[in-house]
Design a protein around this ligand. Sequence first.
Ligand SMILES: [Zn+2]
Length: 101
Amino acid sequence: MPKKRKNRGRHKGDKGKEGYVQCDNCGRLVPRSKIVRVTRPYVPVDPQLAKELEAKGAIIPKYYVTRNYCINCAIFYGIIKVRPEEERKKKQSLGAKPTSK
Ligand SMILES: [Zn+2]
């Protein structure tokens, strides 16, 4: 049978069963190895205001938020992209380019 992707879209290997994780955006249940996990810094203050405050010496906390996305949502937010047929076989690293949400 022809394979669309080398790892069948997951990184489970021959592990058998594994748990499900809920997508943080739409709530869909996705196998743990299929989830797209992104950690992004989250600053609770408006970026322009944060810059001004930091210039005055204030310390603004930066929280790191890890989110799990299903493939649909990951594509919607531009974290991963639809790739041409041949490119799908290659291993893909998550794009480091953060998109503001
Ligand atoms: Zn989703």
